[in-house]
Design a protein around this ligand. Sequence first.
Ligand code: NAD
Ligand code: ZN
Length: 345
Amino acid sequence: MQAIKTTGYTIYFNEDCYGYLQDLLASENYSGIFILADTNTSQYCLPNFLAQVATELPIEIIEIEAGEVNKSIETCIEVWHALTDLGADRKGIIINLGGGVVTDLGGFAASTFKRGMDFINVPTTLLAMVDASVGGKTGVDLGVVKNQVGIINNPIAVLIDTQFLETLPQPEMRSGLAEMLKHGLIADEKYWNNFSDLTGLTTDDLGALIHWSVEIKNTIVAQDPNEKGIRKVLNFGHTMGHAIESQFLNSATPLLHGEAVAIGMVLESYFSMAKGFISKEEYEVIKSAIISIFGTTDFTSNDIESIIALLVHDKKNERGKVQFVLLEGIGKAVINQEVENILII
Ligand code: NAD
Ligand code: ZN
């Protein structure tokens, strides 16, 4: 698969990843390699990754606990200490091997340690491949507030090896699929059409869709790296999605990010229909495609209808002025839209 060149770095796919890495480590005068993994990726991904890296340089492993609760400044401090104890200097390179938690936190730790070290993202979840590892956003949560502290700083490369997905649990796969659907809805109808029927999807097909998704995200980010305008379209489904995610945070069955975003996309498509931006038919197409993928979660179309009904009757929303990204069609998003009038119809 063709590498994707973007502002300041390149995204490599599958076998090309290791050739690039080999050349980089042979040509740059790095003092050491520090691989950041979490408790799962050190078990499932690290052995395969190490088997592909041939270098004379010393390799140190830094492991953090898996899970969003560990995307914190406390964990980042642990990483800074580990780097210090291992004698890291600015000429070292950090390789973030993991999902979005590892790439976000590792990118932030690398960007701040000794005022900045080189880092490479090696995403191992579908969500991190199509979303978190690309675009330069790094950071940590502060208490329950997501991504409160961070910096936009690009890796020197992103290495997407889809083989890592073989050990990824199905709910995590679905979580990543939601962001892929989002890319289709906001920017590319042709891409979206691939998701109408996922039966018989081969690993190669999935690889091609991941590549396409990265191209879509990258094209948007390249136009607006600091999210002053157009990059906000990537937040489609996330305003409602984050609300739903928080609502279920402490429940017995918390929703994964992508599952919440999937519901958020249905709701925000509903708002788009209510504003007259998309037709009822388009809304129904979006809703049924999302439900056909996410139908095995606890959410059904009835639940979605009742969430919409609750929102419609929620008096708190009457004077709320939340800004949404809405759809003007499948493959076309528009930013900075208020929906207060819709909520009181
Ligand atoms: P995650 O990193 O928590 O990974 C999900 C789970 O899968 C974890 O338990 C992890 O240990 C495990 N795992 C990872 N790879 C595996 C593999 N190959 N096999 C088996 N298990 C594996 O979560 P995520 O969904 O990858 O990322 C979510 C995070 O990404 C959030 O913190 C979110 O804010 C962030 N994010 C950032 C951006 C950005 O632009 N920087 C964009 C989207 C999301
Ligand atoms: Zn998201």
